[in-house]
Write a protein that binds this ligand. Sequence first.
Ligand SMILES: [Zn+2]
Length: 115
Amino acid sequence: MNNLTPAQKTPQNIEVDIRQREVRITWQDGVQHTFTFDDLRRICPCAVCNELRRSDDPLRILTPDQQVVNADLLPARPVEMVGNYGLQFFWQDGHNSGIYAFDYLRQMGDGQETG
Ligand SMILES: [Zn+2]
C-alpha cells in the first residue's frame, strides 16, 4: 500500500476552500482529490483519534468531544505545511495534533474513488 511514486505523493497545488468546506489537492501526476472538512476530521491521524477509531466497543459511551459530526477549520489559520511531507490542520474545536502525511492523504483519496 505504501508503494507510491514521488509524483503520486507530492502535491502540486493545495486549495483550502473555507466556504465550500473542502480541501482540493492536485498531485504531481495530475490526479486531483477533494476532501471535505468532515472527512479530514474523521481521518485525523493523531494518536488520540487513532485510538478512538480502534476501540469500536459498541457499549462505549462517547464523550461530547468525540461526537464530532461537523468540523470547521480556523479561517485565519486553517492549515500549515509540516516540513515537506504533510499538512497540519487547525480545527475550530482546538484540535490540531494530527499530521496528515501526503502519502496518507493520497491513499485516502485513492480509496475514496474506488470505494
Ligand atoms: Zn486527532
